[in-house]
Design a protein around this ligand. Structure first.
Ligand code: AMP
Length: 136
Protein backbone atom coordinates (compact mmCIF):
# COMPACT_ATOMS: atom_id res chain seq x y z
CA UNK A 1 0.00 0.00 0.00
CA UNK A 2 1.42 3.30 -1.17
CA UNK A 3 1.16 5.47 1.94
CA UNK A 4 1.95 2.75 4.44
CA UNK A 5 5.22 3.19 6.32
CA UNK A 6 5.56 -0.53 7.03
CA UNK A 7 4.97 -1.39 3.33
CA UNK A 8 7.81 1.03 2.57
CA UNK A 9 10.01 -0.85 5.06
CA UNK A 10 9.03 -4.16 3.41
CA UNK A 11 9.98 -2.73 -0.01
CA UNK A 12 13.30 -1.44 1.36
CA UNK A 13 12.42 2.20 0.69
CA UNK A 14 12.78 2.97 4.41
CA UNK A 15 15.53 1.31 6.47
CA UNK A 16 14.90 -0.84 9.50
CA UNK A 17 16.92 -2.77 12.04
CA UNK A 18 16.02 -6.16 10.64
CA UNK A 19 15.74 -9.02 13.12
CA UNK A 20 14.26 -11.71 10.87
CA UNK A 21 12.88 -12.10 7.37
CA UNK A 22 11.30 -14.86 5.34
CA UNK A 23 9.03 -15.01 2.32
CA UNK A 24 5.97 -13.77 4.19
CA UNK A 25 7.15 -12.05 7.35
CA UNK A 26 9.50 -9.26 8.37
CA UNK A 27 10.64 -8.49 11.91
CA UNK A 28 12.54 -5.40 13.03
CA UNK A 29 13.31 -3.39 16.15
CA UNK A 30 10.73 -0.80 17.16
CA UNK A 31 12.28 2.61 16.54
CA UNK A 32 10.79 4.04 19.72
CA UNK A 33 10.89 1.09 22.10
CA UNK A 34 8.98 0.64 25.34
CA UNK A 35 12.11 -1.19 26.48
CA UNK A 36 15.32 -2.24 24.72
CA UNK A 37 14.72 -5.17 22.41
CA UNK A 38 11.09 -4.18 21.70
CA UNK A 39 10.56 -5.94 18.38
CA UNK A 40 7.82 -5.82 15.74
CA UNK A 41 6.74 -8.75 13.57
CA UNK A 42 4.68 -7.90 10.48
CA UNK A 43 3.20 -9.69 7.48
CA UNK A 44 4.81 -8.48 4.25
CA UNK A 45 1.37 -8.29 2.69
CA UNK A 46 -0.65 -5.27 3.76
CA UNK A 47 -3.58 -5.84 6.10
CA UNK A 48 -4.82 -3.19 8.47
CA UNK A 49 -6.18 -5.45 11.18
CA UNK A 50 -5.38 -8.97 12.39
CA UNK A 51 -8.94 -10.21 11.76
CA UNK A 52 -8.61 -9.25 8.08
CA UNK A 53 -5.84 -11.79 7.60
CA UNK A 54 -6.66 -15.26 6.23
CA UNK A 55 -6.13 -17.90 8.90
CA UNK A 56 -3.10 -19.48 7.23
CA UNK A 57 -1.33 -16.11 6.91
CA UNK A 58 -2.15 -15.28 10.54
CA UNK A 59 -0.67 -18.64 11.55
CA UNK A 60 2.47 -17.89 9.58
CA UNK A 61 2.78 -14.55 11.36
CA UNK A 62 2.31 -16.17 14.76
CA UNK A 63 4.80 -18.88 13.99
CA UNK A 64 7.43 -16.28 13.07
CA UNK A 65 6.56 -14.29 16.22
CA UNK A 66 7.14 -17.42 18.28
CA UNK A 67 10.56 -17.89 16.66
CA UNK A 68 11.53 -14.23 17.19
CA UNK A 69 10.24 -14.19 20.79
CA UNK A 70 12.65 -17.02 21.63
CA UNK A 71 15.56 -15.00 20.27
CA UNK A 72 14.48 -11.79 22.03
CA UNK A 73 14.04 -13.66 25.31
CA UNK A 74 17.50 -15.25 25.06
CA UNK A 75 19.25 -12.05 23.94
CA UNK A 76 17.60 -9.52 26.24
CA UNK A 77 16.78 -11.77 29.22
CA UNK A 78 13.91 -9.56 30.37
CA UNK A 79 11.97 -10.33 33.55
CA UNK A 80 8.95 -10.91 31.34
CA UNK A 81 7.55 -9.91 28.00
CA UNK A 82 4.20 -9.08 26.46
CA UNK A 83 2.90 -9.88 23.00
CA UNK A 84 0.45 -7.35 21.68
CA UNK A 85 -1.39 -6.44 18.49
CA UNK A 86 -3.31 -3.15 18.54
CA UNK A 87 -6.25 -3.15 16.14
CA UNK A 88 -7.98 0.16 15.44
CA UNK A 89 -7.44 3.63 16.84
CA UNK A 90 -9.41 2.89 20.00
CA UNK A 91 -6.95 0.08 20.75
CA UNK A 92 -3.96 2.38 20.23
CA UNK A 93 -3.06 1.38 16.68
CA UNK A 94 -0.98 4.13 15.13
CA UNK A 95 0.39 2.32 12.08
CA UNK A 96 -2.37 0.87 9.89
CA UNK A 97 -0.47 -2.29 8.91
CA UNK A 98 -0.77 -5.36 11.17
CA UNK A 99 2.17 -5.56 13.52
CA UNK A 100 2.77 -7.75 16.52
CA UNK A 101 4.77 -6.22 19.37
CA UNK A 102 7.20 -8.33 21.40
CA UNK A 103 7.79 -6.12 24.42
CA UNK A 104 10.38 -6.93 27.08
CA UNK A 105 8.98 -6.11 30.54
CA UNK A 106 10.37 -5.54 34.01
CA UNK A 107 8.77 -5.48 37.45
CA UNK A 108 9.71 -1.82 37.89
CA UNK A 109 8.50 -0.65 34.46
CA UNK A 110 6.87 2.75 34.18
CA UNK A 111 4.31 1.27 31.81
CA UNK A 112 1.93 -1.52 32.70
CA UNK A 113 -0.42 -3.28 30.33
CA UNK A 114 -3.24 -3.38 32.84
CA UNK A 115 -6.96 -2.83 32.56
CA UNK A 116 -9.85 -2.29 34.92
CA UNK A 117 -12.26 -5.20 35.02
CA UNK A 118 -15.84 -4.75 33.91
CA UNK A 119 -18.73 -7.18 34.40
CA UNK A 120 -21.77 -8.66 32.63
CA UNK A 121 -25.40 -8.03 33.54
CA UNK A 122 -27.44 -11.12 34.44
CA UNK A 123 -27.75 -13.31 31.29
CA UNK A 124 -25.59 -11.03 29.16
CA UNK A 125 -22.49 -13.26 29.10
CA UNK A 126 -24.41 -16.11 27.45
CA UNK A 127 -25.76 -13.76 24.77
CA UNK A 128 -22.31 -12.42 24.00
CA UNK A 129 -20.97 -15.98 23.86
CA UNK A 130 -23.68 -17.11 21.43
CA UNK A 131 -23.17 -14.06 19.22
CA UNK A 132 -19.42 -14.65 18.89
CA UNK A 133 -19.94 -18.36 18.18
CA UNK A 134 -22.39 -17.48 15.38
CA UNK A 135 -19.48 -16.12 13.38
CA UNK A 136 -17.12 -19.05 13.88
P1 AMP B 1 0.97 0.80 17.30
O1 AMP B 1 0.67 1.89 18.30
O2 AMP B 1 0.57 -0.56 17.81
O3 AMP B 1 0.43 1.10 15.94
O4 AMP B 1 2.54 0.74 17.21
C1 AMP B 1 3.29 1.31 16.17
C2 AMP B 1 4.75 1.12 16.53
O5 AMP B 1 5.52 1.29 15.36
C3 AMP B 1 5.25 2.13 17.58
O6 AMP B 1 5.75 1.41 18.71
C4 AMP B 1 6.36 2.88 16.83
O7 AMP B 1 7.45 3.20 17.65
C5 AMP B 1 6.74 1.89 15.74
N1 AMP B 1 7.30 2.50 14.53
C6 AMP B 1 6.79 3.50 13.79
N2 AMP B 1 7.57 3.77 12.74
C7 AMP B 1 8.61 2.90 12.80
C8 AMP B 1 9.76 2.67 11.99
N3 AMP B 1 10.03 3.39 10.92
N4 AMP B 1 10.61 1.69 12.36
C9 AMP B 1 10.37 0.95 13.46
N5 AMP B 1 9.30 1.11 14.26
C10 AMP B 1 8.43 2.08 13.95
Amino acid sequence: MEDCIFCKIVKGDIPCSKVYEDENVLSFLDISPANKGHTLVIPKKHYEKFNEMPEDEASTLMSAANKVSKAVEKAIEPEGYSILINNGKAAGQEVGHVHLHIMPKYEKDDFKLLWTHSNYEEGEMGKVLEKIKTFL
